[in-house]
Design a protein around this ligand. Sequence first.
Ligand SMILES: NC(=O)c1ccc[n+]([C@@H]2O[C@H](COP(=O)([O-])OP(=O)(O)OC[C@H]3O[C@@H](n4cnc5c(N)ncnc54)[C@H](O)[C@@H]3O)[C@@H](O)[C@H]2O)c1
Length: 373
Amino acid sequence: MKILITGGAGFIGSHTADALLDEGHEVRVLDSLEEPVHPGHRIPGYLDDRIEFVRGDVRDEGMLLGALQDRDAVYHLAAFQDYLPVFSRFFDVNVTSTALIYELIVREKLPIRKVIVASSQATLGEGLYHDADGKPLLPDIRPAEQLAQGAWEIQPPPGFRGPLRWQPTTETVANPQNQYGISKIAEEQVALHLGRRYGIPSVAMRYSIVQGPRQSFYNAYSGACRVFCLSCHQGVDPTIYEDGLQVRDFVNVHDAVAANLLVLHDARADFEMFHVGGDKAVTVMEFARTVSDIFGRRSYDPQPSGKYRFGDTRHIFSDVSKLKGLGWKPARSCEESVEAYKTWLGEAESVDRILEYCDRQMAALDVVREVDR
Ligand SMILES: NC(=O)c1ccc[n+]([C@@H]2O[C@H](COP(=O)([O-])OP(=O)(O)OC[C@H]3O[C@@H](n4cnc5c(N)ncnc54)[C@H](O)[C@@H]3O)[C@@H](O)[C@H]2O)c1
C-alpha cells in the first residue's frame, strides 16, 4: 500500500513508518517539524531514507492535498499536545486538520481506503469510578482547595458513598477535562462519523502513555518516563508528586505500532475506536523504583515531595479488552521501555540543556504547587 503518515517525523509516527516499510509498503510523511519536538526544525536522524518526506503543515490545504494524492491509507498523527493555554490551537491543529482530510477525500474523490487517527487516554479524564455501593460515576477534576490540603483521592459528590474506587475504563467513556482531551474527542468524532457517512473506513486509536526511544525530551506531556529518567541520568532523585500512589497506564511504542498495523489490515476495526494501553496498572512510586533500578540507583527510596501538579489525573487505566478481541496484546514490559529510553537518552546531544529547558517550562506553566502545612 501507499501510505501517508502526518506527524510521521515524531515518536509514534516514525516507529509506525519503520514497521510499514518492513512490511513492504511505501511511506510518505507530512510533518512541519515543530519545535520543541524538533529543535532547529531539523529532520530527525532516525527517519528512514526510504521515506518520502514532505515538510508542511496539516492545516495547509494545498500541502495536505498534495500529500494525500495517490495514497491508499492515512495515519493522522500530527497534533498539538502541549499544556500551554493556547486553547484554540488545539482545535485548529487536531480537529480542523482531521475535518480537512475528509473534506479533501470527498471533494477530490480520492481513493483512500483507510484513515486512522490518533486519539488519547486524555479523552477519559478521571475515567470510571465506582462508589462504595458499586454505583458508577465519572468524576470531575479535584478542586484546588482539596489538593492544597494534601487530600489526594477523589471525594464522593452528593448522592454517592465513599470511598470511591477507580475502575478500568472502556471506550464507552468520554470525560475530557482539558483542551487537549476535548480536541481529541472532537477528532475521533469527526473521523468516525464522517468516515461512516461517506463510506471511508476509519479508526480512532486512544493511546495511553506511550513509552520508548525517539520520544522528545522537550515535550511537557511526555511525563514520568522523561522526567524520572532525566533525573536519574543526572544522579538526582526523581520528584514524587502527591503520595506516589497514582495509578498510571504505560504502553511500549512497539505495542502501539503493532496496534496501528493491525487496524490497518483488519476490516473488523473499521468505524471503531480502540484503547491502546499497557494492560497493567502501575503506580507512580512503582514506576520511579523501576527507573531508579534500571539506572543503578538501587538505594533510592521514593518519598512524596509535598508537591503536586494542579490538573493532574489521580488514577487512570484503560481497558484494552476490545483491541485484545482482535488478537492484539501488549507484549513489552515497562522495564523494556525504560531500558530503551535510557539508551536513547545516553545518545542525546545535551542533557543539561534539556533539564534547563524543562525547569524553565515548569516554572512558566505554574502548575507545580506545595501542600499547605
Ligand atoms: N506519545 C504519547 O504518549 C501519546 C499518547 C496519546 C496520544 N498520542 C497522540 O499520538 C500522536 C503522535 O504523538 P507522538 O507522541 O508521536 O508526538 P510527537 O510530538 O513525537 O510527533 C508529532 C509530530 O507531529 C508534527 N506536527 C505537529 N503539528 C503539526 C502540524 N500542524 N502539521 C504537520 N505536522 C505537525 C510534529 O512536528 C511531530 O513530528 C499525536 O496525535 C498524539 O496526540 C500520543
